[in-house]
Ligand binder design. Sequence first.
Ligand code: G3P
Ligand code: CA
Length: 287
Amino acid sequence: MKRMIPILAGISIAMTSFTGSALAAEHGEVGKEISKQEQQKMVNVAHRGASGHAPENTMAAFQKGFEMKADYVEIDVQMTKDGELVVIHDTTVDRTTNGTGYVGDLTLEEIRQLDAGSWFSESYAGEKVPTFEEVLDAFRGKVGILIELKAPELYPGIEKKIAEALKERNMHQSNNEKIIIQSFNHESMEKSKELLPNLPHGVLAGTSWKNVTEEQLSEFAMYADYFNPNMNIVTDELVSDVHEAGMEIYPYTSRSQEQAFHLFDLNVDGIITDYTEHVYYHPVKNN
Ligand code: G3P
Ligand code: CA
């Protein structure tokens, strides 16, 4: 069902602060209709940074996500041969750099020599694969950081290293700096929750979790605050079951305005997207 709310032209923004018309005015749309979706509070997560606009998992993409006012930037963390934490999605460097080989077979020095920007556009030539600590230091307190442990089963001890980096910066005591830790590897999240009990954790769920049961969700909720599924398995029922279990739901990965609006309609709590501009931020949630 399409739910549209008419907005009258000329309504004062001052009188209607934080209402649909104020939002419409912000977007230059006074006099048009805006949908209920646009009035909702929706957590906006820039997937691998603003990866629709800049090379994924680079400082340029995270900066872009911050500038576009994302609530969080999502990052993928892995470990080098010499035990350093780096931010890259694939388990090899082949797709997103000018190098080849597994992340875990390369030293930090070798990885830092690679160009992680040119594959996306020549204007990003020279972008490096960031270290985890570099991202924390540059963006803590500016934008939330949704930290994905990518393939942690390949990197024994990675949970402890992540916890140490956060503890060194006193970012483990509370969630003032908006840190969430998530993984498809749920055992890894149980382990991480023990190391970082004050930080929220999330379980990622691919399409094989289409028929996740209420019991399974309750088990996840013992250590997780978020159930973040592939957007293709999200239904009204799943959203209400996740809420019933006491968790929030941030599906991944929205890549069109239609997909984002569909997720708004399903009343999810956040949207992980390559295009931050598809997820309007608004401080009022109407339902
Ligand atoms: O944040 C969830 C999403 O990033 C999981 O998928 O493959 O993009 O890491 P992927
Ligand atoms: Ca990811």
